[in-house]
Design a protein around this ligand. Structure first.
Ligand code: GTP
Ligand code: K
Ligand code: MG
Length: 420
């Protein structure tokens, strides 16, 4: 039986099984099996775990962040790209106008956000319908996903669910944090031990038994599992499988010019959603204008502007350094490594003005987290400190060399002995 048939069989069995306390354990086991098979299928399809490079869609990463436009055909993705960026992507009233990945750059608050227009996807995309696999591989590479929906389409809620499901299937988790669970494999026996710092109500009456069964599905028989929050079976499976991508996702209900104001009101209440019309420029303006969509994207990407200044000069307000909370973080360390590796090496401390500082300026170390619009002056080590550092590094290197030489010598001696 192929992987696909096995998946279908398990899905059918899960649908048949009533959800209650008595079946909890059985359902949990089935879920773990299903997740394993789906993962196998995905790895197989993307060429042996190569990360799903997405043939034909090899668009180089560019700018401070990357956003992928995901949606059904003809919802207005290309119209949106042409509105947000200086790139023109062909738009038309027929489905599948776009057949490849079209990159554009959105300039906003001094940052450059790469926006990727993509072909529309349909149900079954994750398993290869249309160019779905490639589209979803691009979604995996993005820092945030913008799901575009046609507010006037029938079955709108179902569309939202299908898109979420397609992304879920390949291990993308939308607007979720990685669960606070660690699975540490042990060398010695003793089976699977489960501990939790909080009561677990979602893992059935015998959490340890279920956890053991789920881990067994992934051939883990001895491990310590520690949960620091209440978790679901799906979350545990995610941790065990390991290759999950946690992404912020914003939903744009486009074409609200085609529905009633009551309907608009309903849609605007959906979580993580904004409503608008690309054609009418409602909530989605021109590249140079500030609008709700851009403001939300900025927020979901966790972008932060930091202005640097030199001693005795005003800050450079023209060109902020853009840091991303979800990529490399917004610490002083991220700022320095963003500028140069030399800067990171030479940093003594940073002087920080702005909302992240307790007083202005505050003297901060590498781990200090910066806020949007903070001003930072990097104070480098004195020449003497740098010399001391260098001496120390070279001493450490000499020490290491000496010892590895000794070890090599000992190894040679031993081999000589063995050879007789
Ligand atoms: N009424 C209305 N129509 C819109 C709006 N935005 C886009 N459209 C129309 O929707 C149609 C499809 O737009 P596209 O930008 O080609 O849609 P797409 O999602 O890129 O489509 P594919 O590339 O085929 O997947 C075009 O006729 C647009 O003019 C809007 O806000 N209101
Ligand atoms: K279209
Ligand atoms: Mg298009």
């Amino acid at each position: 039986m192929g992987v696909m048939e096995k998946i279908k069989e398990i899905e059918a069995e899960m649908a048949r099984t009533q959800k209650n306390k008595a079946t909890n354990y059985h359902l949990g086991t089935l879920k773990a099996k299903l997740a394993r098979l789906r993962n196998e299928l995905f790895v197989e399809q993307s060429g042996g775990g190569g990360g799903g490079g997405g043939e034909g869609f090899d668009v180089a990463r560019n700018g401070d962040a990357r956003v992928a436009l995901i949606g059904f055909p003809s919802v207005g993705k290309s119209t949106l790209l042409s509105r947000l960026t200086s790139t023109q992507s062909e738009a038309a009233a027929y489905e599948f106008t776009t057949l490849t990945c079209i990159p554009g750059v959105l300039n906003y608050k001094g940052s450059k956000i790469q926006v990727l227009d993509l072909p529309g996807i349909i149900e079954g995309a994750a398993h290869g319908a249309g160019r779905g696999k490639e589209v979803i591989a691009v979604a995996r590479s993005a820092d945030a996903i913008l799901i575009v929906l046609d507010a006037g389409k029938e079955g709108l809620n179902r569309h939202r669910e299908i898109l979420e499901q397609e992304l879920e299937t390949v291990g993308i988790r939308l607007n979720q944090r990685p669960p606070d669970v660690t699975v540490s494999k042990r060398k010695s026996g003793g089976g699977v031990r489960f501990a939790s710092t909080v009561p677990q109500t979602l893992l059935g009456p015998e959490p340890e038994k279920l956890v053991t069964q789920i881990l067994r599905e992934y051939k883990i028989t001895t491990a310590d599992v520690l949960a620091r929050e209440e978790i679901t079976v799906d979350q545990l499976v995610d941790v065990v499988v390991g290759n999950r991508e946690y992404k912020p996702c914003l939903y744009l209900y486009n074409k609200i010019d085609t529905i009633t104001i009551e309907e608009v009101d309903q849609l605007a209440r959906q979580p993580h959603s904004i409503v608008g019309s690309v054609n009418k420029r409602w909530n989605i303006g021109d590249p140079m204008e500030d609008d709700l969509l851009k403001a939300k994207l900025w927020e979901y990407l966790g972008l932060t502007r930091v202005y640097t200044k030199r001693k005795g000069s005003p800050p450079d307000l023209e060109e902020p350094v853009i840091l991303s909370e979800i990529r490399k973080g917004t610490s002083v360390k991220s700022l320095c490594s963003n500028i140069s590796t030399q800067m990171l090496r030479d940093l003594n401390y940073a002087l920080v003005w702005g909302t992240s500082a307790k007083h202005s300026p505050q003297r901060c170390g590498l781990n200090h987290k910066l806020d949007d619009e903070d001003v930072v002056q990097i104070v480098t080590k004195t020449i003497k400190q740098q010399q001391l550092d260098k001496n120390y590094t070279s001493l450490a290197q000499q020490y290491q060399d000496k010892h590895s030489k000794k070890r090599l010598e000992a190894k040679k001696q031993k081999q000589k002995k063995l050879r007789g």
